[in-house]
Design a protein around this ligand. Structure first.
Ligand code: MIC
Ligand code: SF4
Length: 661
């Protein structure tokens, strides 16, 4: 039965069929569109977050929009990715980010304060709010009942300017948790089990909403681990209820006043249900080179390991590092391997120091790195040649560590520490009794590395600092009705944005400089791509399923656009990347018949009639003298944005039209 709840502040009638948490939050934030899976909706966004690697571009875009101050309830800028400061570049970016935050009324979490998602969970995330972040693991805040989505930097810039965020209304998958995890098994094993079932595109177009008695057995940081890595299924987001455990967490962070109860109704209807018995889950591992390539640890065989890396936004909470510390107490890590730990936040570190557990790590022979993404994004601690690295992180794409032939296995902190002791991938249950430890009732609260927004008058006086690494934004022209050019690269299924636009210590510092970073596009797949694109004046990319999975980095659209890429013709696209392609004026087209993928080869000359992008488009392969039918999932607005050459020119044009009236 449809029940009228209220009118939201946009005058839109809010109905609820039978409330899932997702519907309850979306109902209150929807500005436009139908509650029908697949239909485009526009959502009001309460909060935004950025991190430095995507943030510089997002704020350059925000500046280009020309608003005096952010229009969200609050926005936060973090520095946690690009931390090496091997020369002026990162340091310049950090100064720029700090000054831009102060200028526009944004919280600024200084480098060293921690990983964006961990700090956001501890100090900012609010149940019932909507959040978008220029990082694909923004759904971590789903652990506290916040509807949090990854997005391209330009979409975050627009949300900061008060614009709604558009997504396809998701299918709501209820993940029914029963039972209780056994000792040595933890939240990471749960999400790895879900990835085993859904693989890296089973969540596309869906929200993974957790419910059932089993939810009560998981802490907020356990839930955050699960929500974090839900991203790897391709899901729009993941969300947990906000219950008494959430309230307790907020109380322990001195934020109980921000708690609201958010539970699904008894008769909540889900589009699909997945049953997970927590008691039956065993330690799991994702084998190289995909987070979806999951098996039980005990079935993975005897694998000798060179490196163990613990941390990342998936597994760097106090609970996780306490487990590691207490297992390592009075032990030494295996002499054959190297172990690193990157704690999630200063709060985590302060507690480990206070409890004395930090000492267990130091004595055991662990390298403790700074509170940042670090090895997860290839910023240091790259494995040795052909090395085997066991990591508590969320991605094991080939080459992401910085070592092209490294083999990365993704596991829980329990499995990682057991492996660190034995030197082989080890089922932690072999270690005997699970260690005892206690969690603090109240966390140490010290926000002295978070700069608060300045009052308006003061903010207006702030000078924005720009170093030579901050290149101006490139501008792009409207798109014509017919696109011509050569296929510059043909790639397989599940190509990640790490393949398209690598990160790591060499490339990450160039994130604010599109002409420079564009030299690395597709570097790992075709070292000659940049020159090919230049020589041919751009062209096309042909791809398989799930093109652009993984990171939200809009550089994976912006840099190819800069090289003249006109369209990507794929079997299907990952959500955030498709949005980024539209934002930067690259047309995302799909094969009407997927087998036509076989009818195009690299360097074929194509002519594609797109017209006004309403309905089907035709591709004529001049080389093979063959026609192919193409389609797309673009809304009218997407088409309009694309034809104008991308979102920034579209905003400009729309604003000019508005002024002319
Ligand atoms: C990642 O995990 O790949 C990143 C680095 O956090 C990216 C963002 C980026 O590329 O800057 C993400 O997940 O969106
Ligand atoms: Fe940072 Fe890794 Fe998390 Fe990305 S996945 S935000 S690089 S810790």
């Amino acid at each position: 039965m449809k029940v009228l709840l209220e009118e939201n502040s946009y005058g839109k009638q809010v109905f609820s069929m039978a409330g899932t948490i997702t519907e309850k939050i979306l109902d209150r934030h929807i500005i436009e569109g139908e509650k029908k899976p697949g239909a485009e909706i526009a959502l009001r966004i309460d909060n935004t977050l950025t991190q430095d690697a995507t943030g510089t571009m997002a704020y350059l875009q925000f500046e280009a929009i020309g608003i005096d101050r952010v229009r969200t309830e609050f926005s936060v800028s973090f520095v946690d990715h690009n931390m090496l400061q091997t020369d002026f570049k990162n340091a310049d970016d950090h100064r720029y980010l700090q000054s831009v935050a102060q200028r526009y009324g944004i919280y600024f979490s200084k480098p060293g304060n921690g990983i964006c998602h961990q700090v956001f969970l501890e100090r900012f995330a609010k149940p019932g709010n909507t959040l978008i972040g220029s990082d694909s693991h923004t759904p971590t805040a789903g652990g506290i009942g916040c509807f949090a989505m990854g997005a391209g930097g330009l979409d975050v810039a627009c949300a900061m300017a008060g614009a709604p965020f558009r997504i396809k209304y998701p299918k709501i998958v209820g993940i029914h948790l029963t039972g209780k995890l056994q000792p040595w098994v933890s939240a990471k094993d749960v999400i790895l089990e879900i990835l085993r079932r859904l693989d890296v595109k089973g969540g596309v177009g869906k929200v993974l909403e957790y419910f059932g008695e089993g939810v009560k057995t998981l802490s907020v940081t356990d839930r955050a681990t699960i929500a974090n890595m839900g991203t790897e299924t391709g899901a729009t987001t993941s969300i947990f209820p906000s219950d008494e455990i959430t309230r307790e967490f907020l109380r322990s962070q001195g934020r109980e006043d921000q708690w609201i109860e958010l539970l699904p109704d008894e008769n909540a209807e889900y589009d699909e249900i997945i049953e997970i018995d927590l008691s039956a889950i065993e330690p799991m591992v994702a084998l190289p080179h995909s987070p979806g390539n999951v098996v039980k640890v005990r079935e993975a065989g005897k694998i000798k390991v060179d490196q163990v890396a613990i941390g990342s936004c998936t597994n760097s909470s106090l609970r996780d590092l306490k487990v590691v510390a207490n297992v390592l107490k009075d032990r030494t890590v295996c002499s054959d391997l190297h172990v690193t730990i990157s704690p999630g936040s200063r709060q985590v570190v302060e507690h480990l120091i206070e409890s004395g557990e930090y000492r267990y790590l130091v004595r055991a022979g662990v390298r403790i790195l700074e509170n940042a993404c670090g090895p997860c994004i290839g910023m240091g601690a790259a494995p040795n040649s052909g090395g085997v690295s066991v990591r508590t992180f969320n991605r094991n794409f080939k080459g992401r560590t910085g070592t092209a032939d490294a083999q990365v296995y993704l596991v829980s902190p329990e499995t990682a520490v057991a492996t660190a002791i034995t030197g082989y991938l080890t089922d932690p249950r072999e270690l005997g009794e699970f260690p005892k430890f206690t969690m603090p009732e109240k966390f140490f609260i010290n926000d002295n590395m978070i700069l608060k927004p300045l009052p308006e008058e003061e903010a207006r006086k702030v000078q924005i600092v720009r170093g030579p690494n901050i290149a101006p934004l490139p501008t792009f022209d409207p798109i014509s009705d017919t696109l011509t050019g050569k296929v510059l690269i043909k790639v397989e299924d599940n190509i990640t944005t790490d393949h398209i636009m690598p990160a790591g210590a060499k490339v990450l510092p160039l994130r604010s400089n599109i002409p420079e970073i564009s030299k690395f596009v597709f570097e790992s797949l075709d070292g000659n791509f940049y020159h090919k694109a230049k020589e041919n004046n751009g062209g096309f990319i042909v791809a398989g399923e799930n093109y652009g999975q993984g990171s939200s980095r809009e550089h994976a659209a912006l840099a190819p656009k800069y090289l003249g890429i006109k369209a990507v013709i794929a079997k299907s696209f990952a959500r955030i990347h498709q949005a980024n392609l539209i934002n930067f004026g690259i047309v995302p087209l799909t094969f009407a018949n997927p087998e036509d993928y076989d009818g195009i080869d690299e360097m074929d000359e194509l002519e594609i009639y797109i017209g006004d992008l309403q309905g089907e488009c035709t591709l004529y392969n001049r080389t093979k003298e063959k026609k192919i039918k193409l389609t797309h999932s673009l809304s009218r607005l997407d088409a309009e944005i694309l034809k104008t050459g991308g979102k920034l020119p579209w905003i400009k044009k729309t604003a000019e039209k508005g002024n002319a009236k």
